[in-house]
Design a protein around this ligand. Structure first.
Ligand SMILES: [Zn+2]
Length: 383
């Protein structure tokens, strides 16, 4: 009817034929500009409307007033094959009686505030707001997966001493969360991850994990073309832990020593470096163990090829055997995956902060309903 209103409405092939205001709400009656549809069964064009049902759809508010669209949903009967087809309309979520843009808006408000707050603003029940939020999140999560080449898989235990785990999946290129999965077993994890389409899973090139989680089997099943990369920070963490044990055993408890020893040498100030060499003079064993730690870090830092990395790491293992025996054994057992780091320098390092925050939030969840909600919030917040 009115060109201005249609432009305001911005829905393809729909025109506004009537505007009403009832109790502070705006009702826009729409009509389709298309005469007919292509029959999805036989591709015949048909204009034979079998019946029309008027559906009320919530849309974005105008000037602070709630807006409802009266949308005609037409069911066509094909003159060629005789089958019935209900017309699809762009921008509508008929299932929940909202426009897509309205749901997108509600989602954004929930991310910024709370379900309760949005429920008040929109005068919808909290359950409805929650349902919208979860549905939009789910759609967005599907999109997170495509295309992803480098994945980080991490395990978070939700409570100390409890065998409840959440697997956190992240996109290491975009540095964002892809998914949080409540899983207790490898089988469950495989089942959930397998829900992603095969062609998406086949495009994953690398999956970065630590050495403890039982992820190897999962990766082989779910990401058939991915190579496993053992996280360099996990390796360094083990070495640092051992170095600190050696320090304690030697009774080297000078103030600030732990910090000086475990920090990256290049991060220390000139004074700190001098202080460290002065303290290490009386502890030759600790001095050697320290140099070996730094050498490993240098290998990680400076090596640019897998052949170079493999060669240097082998040499390191020989030298470090005396003080880092057990760790050397672990490295040998995971040698190939550890060396895969040197291909693309893939690491979960950048995800550490994010994963720690997730851990804190996930530890506060009890029960699955609550988990689903928190999962959505985590994913929404970490893009
Ligand atoms: Zn047909």
């Amino acid at each position: 009817m009115d060109w201005h209103l249609d432009r305001l409405l911005k829905l393809p092939d729909m025109t506004v034929v009537k505007v009403q205001e009832i109790e502070g709400l705006i009702f826009l009656s729409l009509e389709s500009l298309k005469e007919g549809i292509i029959c999805p069964h036989c591709e015949n064009y048909t204009e034979d409307v079998h019946q029309t049902r008027e559906v009320l759809v919530r849309d974005l508010s105008i000037c602070g007033r709630g807006v409802y669209l009266k949308v005609p949903r037409r069911q066509f009967i094909c003159s060629e094959c005789g089958r019935y087809t209900t017309e699809e309309l762009e921008g509508m979520v008929f299932k929940r009686h909202h426009t897509e843009r309205y749901e997108e808006y509600v989602y954004g408000r929930v991310v910024a505030t709370t379900v309760k707050q949005v429920s008040r603003e929109e005068q919808l029940k909290e359950d409805e707001i929650q349902a919208i939020f979860e549905a939009v999140s789910e759609e967005k999560n599907q999109k997170n997966w495509q295309p992803v080449k480098h994945i980080g898989l991490d395990e978070i235990s939700t409570a100390k001493g409890q065998k409840k785990y959440r697997a956190v999946v992240s996109d290491l290129d975009k540095k964002c969360l892809i998914d949080v999965i409540a899983s207790r077993t490898q089988e469950e994890l495989i089942e959930v991850l397998s829900q992603q389409p095969k062609d998406i899973r086949e495009k994953v090139e690398e999956v970065c994990i630590d050495m403890w989680g039982g992820f190897v089997k999962v990766i082989e099943e779910v990401f058939p073309n991915a190579i496993i990369v053992y996280d360099r920070f996990h390796v360094m963490k083990m070495v640092n832990k051992r170095l600190n044990e050696i320090r304690c055993k030697l009774g080297m408890r000078a103030k600030g020593m732990r910090h000086l020893l475990l920090s990256n040498r290049e991060d220390l100030t000139k004074e700190e470096k001098e202080e460290l060499s002065r303290l290490l003079k009386d502890y030759p064993i600790l001095q050697i163990a320290y140099e070996e730690k730094e050498e490993l870090r240098e290998i990680y830092e400076r090596t640019r090829t897998i052949s170079g990395g493999t060669r240097k790491l082998r040499r390191w293992l020989k030298n470090a055997e005396v003080f880092y025996g057990e760790i050397c054994e672990t490295i040998r057992q995971h040698f190939e995956g550890i060396c895969h780091y040197f291909i693309n320098r893939t690491t979960n390092g950048a995800m550490e902060g994010l994963n720690n925050r997730s851990r804190v939030i996930l530890r506060q969840t009890y029960g699955l309903r609550n988990f689903q909600h928190l999962r959505s919030r985590l994913l929404a917040a970490n893009h």
